[in-house]
Design a protein. Structure first.
Length: 312
């Protein structure tokens, strides 16, 4: 609550349109198209696969409104401190020198951490955790902590409350500041800041590997940083970083970042390219993106049909 109070004085105008995929990252998938100025990517709407995809600029896609509705200017500035140096890092990846440059490796780790926490998956997880915490805290007030709640009510009001309905009312009043912080987005704002710091710390202890496709190319989804775990033939994703075998992030048609046991450039087989692309399709909330002239459209349609629930 102390950090929320500090952020409450933020005077910068809120930023409504917030990119979950950094524009500089989407730009790695962007190329020129005929009769239109600038670089474009091609978005595929997985909820409406019959819709003909129309190329868009990186600025025009990969964002949602009010992802962080509270003190958004300062969190955007925090993201920018990573994003502003990514073009040079991506150039080092393409040059084959990235893993020899400690500052570049750290920046690539930060890019993974940023996209892991700045995601709709993390926001949904925050909602689930808060609601579970609130219900558990309310239950404890009415059961094993009932005497403490009664004492707090008596000290505040001079009333002795014994009925469960009355105690529930006072328990909700005790929890109201936290509930209000949750509803306003303030609690999410401080939690995502803390989660970013923790993710950076965790990923700093892992080597970075850079995967390049043999034949084929990579695509990127709207929830691109994925924790991945393989248990036998089963591949699962979106678990906690500490429970994952690796964390992956596409950074262009020709590169995917992955945490691993040692730093190295690796070539992904066609099957591995398909698997990584399928993961992006499965984890996406609605969109995946390719370069405009990609031949992945039929693959996206097929994998979406096979692996995603309708409107999922």
């Amino acid at each position: 609550m102390t950090r929320i109070a500090e952020l409450a004085s933020e005077s910068d105008a809120p930023i409504k349109r917030q990119h979950l995929i950094s524009q500089v990252l989407l730009a790695q998938f962007a190329t020129p198209i005929r009769h239109t100025a600038g670089l474009h990517v091609r978005p595929y709407d997985l909820r409406n696969p019959q819709r003909v995809p129309k190329a868009r600029t990186p600025r025009g896609v990969g964002w949602i409104e009010d992802f962080v509705p509270f003190a958004s200017a300062s969190i955007e500035q925090m993201w920018k401190e990573v994003e502003q140096y990514l073009p040079e890092a991506f150039a080092s990846v393409a040059a084959g020198t990235a893993l020899d440059e400690p500052e570049t490796v750290a920046l690539l780790q930060d890019a993974i951490a940023l996209h892991w926490v700045r995601s709709q998956h993390y926001r949904d997880l925050h909602k689930v955790i808060f609601r579970a915490f609130y219900e558990e805290r309310l239950r404890r007030f009415l059961d094993e902590d009932q005497v403490l709640l009664q004492r707090a009510v008596w000290e505040r009001t001079g009333l002795i409350v014994t009925g469960r309905e009355g105690l529930a009312l006072h328990a909700e009043r005790v929890l109201k500041p936290m509930a209000d912080a949750y509803e306003s987005g303030a609690l999410f704002r401080v939690r995502i800041e803390a989660a970013f710091a923790k993710a950076r710390s965790l990923l700093a202890g892992h080597a970075v590997q850079i995967l390049r496709p043999g034949p084929g190319e990579f695509l990127i989804g709207d929830s691109p940083a994925l924790t991945v775990r393989r248990d036998g033939p089963h591949l699962t994703y979106n678990m906690a970083i500490g429970d994952a075998h690796s964390v992956v992030l596409p950074i262009g048609p020709g590169y995917v970042l992955s945490t691993g046991p040692q730093p190295e450039y690796l070539q992904a087989s066609p099957a591995e390219v398909d698997e990584l692309n399928t993961l992006q399709i499965c984890a996406a909330r609605r969109y995946v993106y390719t370069r405009p002239n990609s031949d992945l459209q039929s693959f996206i349609t097929r994998q979406s049909r096979e692996h995603r629930q309708p409107n999922g």
